[in-house]
Write a protein that binds this ligand. Structure first.
Ligand code: FES
Length: 532
């Protein structure tokens, strides 16, 4: 069983911590709640549900927390990246108040867990600073401050920037923000869950989620979990074919970790108001003789950038212009965020199986905080307790005021299907760089061709098994990414990110002689589809 989620880039977290190994689920087990996904949303849900007295089981397709949890910059914040004034406009002032309250409660919940379980995870409570991207946009801070105060965060104020070398202009200062090492935190949570009788299985890819009276979750290998409730915590739900995916859009985001001299940058969280925005934090625990400045941003819609690696160059230039003390780049990685069309995450009962299937998704750039809110909210729902945030985050909601964004994102998805009619030329395979891929047309088929380091070429159908978008090559992660709803597949076509739950179809191909010899493919080899 391949336990490894193949990603080319490595985050600072995976480079500095390992998650514990667990076995694959075989056979059948019965529990109260089955949780699909072993990242922060899944493990926090499992921890809280177990604490509430339920028997839990976590199923993870790869290794624990190897998805977006390992690719975050791991900040917890009350500074919503969709802006309070926008949330108030779309959902009302009362909703903005609840959003602030839930974000504050999530930070307090993590602190409580870390204290109760005596977890060492480099947790630090610190200030956060939001600055305008240019002088002409400073008005945005006044507008945001008014909305923030109305939402009840009265301690937020306008202050000068603590960054002397970088003219940010005035900033909004948020106290009581938080950062930690996500894998250290979740490694400890996993240990607690298992020590208290919970089940965790890794290398267990889910193929079916069935709510209702006889709810169950089935894995590819036929193993099954029977349960009363199911939580789908897979960044984007793998149990929903359509509904949620029309209300959120997938974006790739990029992070660089620069070595900087110790104490050369005041420790805090920083964000600007650009769209896409930059997010910045400092780690003083990774290097002994230096600090690590983490800078993220340069987001784009998944599968809709010809050369994703160019985003790193832009991010590097942006950073070096503003942080002259940066030296070597120690870490670079990319991740994926799901942007809800109305600015609020989708946390709670799944629209299609409203009774006992729950989802945590639409986390935007506030994944750590939203996933913790989602785990708290769903725990209350499963336990039959009322929760004041239920309506705000309800995955079934339709926000008429967000109709323009809904139409814009879905029109964008529709245009991606035009790729089926595009005349993408077959590449000259000898010219294709090693460890890279290309999509081209062969008759009515769209073919995804990957050339490995030694020159062998592997052919896959470029049709995404979710809803038949045409995948594109991601030169950063060496993956095939779908531009429609963000499904991703490794270079060999194995699904690594939903909503697709199946792999890209392999095509056998190759002219017999070359295939048999496993030698280099000639440019014009005939293609035939392998019988499945
Ligand atoms: Fe929906 Fe590919 S992710 S079509």
């Amino acid at each position: 069983m391949n336990l490894v989620r193949v990603s080319e880039s490595k985050s600072v977290w995976t480079a500095t911590e390992f998650m514990p190994k667990f076995s694959e689920l075989t056979g059948k087990i019965d529990v109260d709640v089955c949780i699909v996904g072993g990242g922060i949303a899944g493990l926090t849900s499992a921890y809280l549900l177990q604490k509430a007295g339920l028997q839990v089981c976590v199923l993870e397709a790869f290794e624990l927390s190897s998805g977006q949890t390992a690719r975050t910059t791991a900040h917890f914040t009350t500074a919503l990246d969709d802006r309070y004034f926008a949330i108030a406009k779309l959902h009302g002032h009362e909703a903005a108040k609840l959003a602030a309250e839930s974000h504050r409660a999530a930070i307090e919940k993590v602190i409580e867990i870390v204290n109760n379980e005596k977890i060492e995870c480099d947790l630090e409570v610190l200030d956060g600073y939001l600055f305008a991207d240019s002088d002409s946009r400073e008005g945005i801070l006044d507008k945001e401050l008014r909305a923030i105060h109305k939402a009840g965060l009265t301690d937020v104020e306008i202050t000068p920037s603590p960054l002397e070398f970088f003219n940010t202009g005035p900033c909004l200062k948020f106290t009581g923000q938080m950062q930690l090492h996500p894998l250290k935190y979740l490694k400890a949570l996993a240990k607690v869950i298992v020590a208290r009788g919970g089940h965790i299985f890794t290398g267990t890819h889910v193929s079916q989620v069935e709510g209702g009276k006889s709810a169950f979750v089935k894995a590819d290998n036929g193993a099954q979990v029977n349960c009363a409730s199911i939580v789908v915590a897979t960044n984007t739900p793998v149990n929903d074919l359509f509904t949620i995916h029309t209300k959120q859009a997938p974006y790739r985001t990029y992070v660089l970790g620069f070595q900087v001299p110790k104490d050369s940058i005041p420790k805090a969280l920083y964000w600007d108001t650009l769209d896409p925005y930059h997010y910045i934090r400092l780690s003083q625990t990774i290097g002994e003789s230096f600090d690590v400045l983490l800078v993220g941003g340069e987001d784009h819609k998944t599968g809709q950038e010809d050369v994703p690696s160019h985003r790193f160059s832009k991010l590097e230039s942006w950073t070096r212009e503003r942080f002259p003390m940066t030296t070597e780049i120690l870490y670079k990685w990319s991740g994926q965020v799901m942007e809800p069309v109305d600015g609020m995450a989708f946390l709670g009962r799944n629209p299609l199986d409203a009774k006992n299937v729950y989802v945590i998704t639409g986390d935007s750039g506030n994944g750590m905080t939203h996933c913790t809110i989602g785990a708290m909210l769903i725990t209350d729902q499963i336990m039959g307790r009322t929760n004041p945030w239920e309506k705000l985050y309800d995955p079934s909601r339709i926000s008429i005021k967000a109709a323009r964004e809904f139409i814009r994102e879905n029109a964008n998805v529709a245009t991606q299907y035009a790729d089926w009619f595009s005349a993408k030329k077959k590449p000259g395979f000898p010219d294709l760089a090693p460890n890279s891929g290309s999509v081209y047309r062969e008759g009515v088929k769209m073919i995804a061709a990957y050339k490995d380091e030694v020159g062998n070429v592997e052919f896959l159908s470029a049709a995404c098994p979710h809803l038949a978008g045409v995948v594109t090559w991601n030169d950063v992660e060496k993956s095939w990414d779908c531009p429609c709803h963000g499904s991703r597949f490794d270079k060999h076509g194995k699904v690594i990110e939903g909503p697709a739950i199946k792999d890209l179809k392999p095509l056998t191909i190759l002219n017999r002689e070359l295939s048999a010899q496993k030698t280099r493919l000639l440019p014009d080899s005939p293609l035939t589809e392998r019988p499945m």
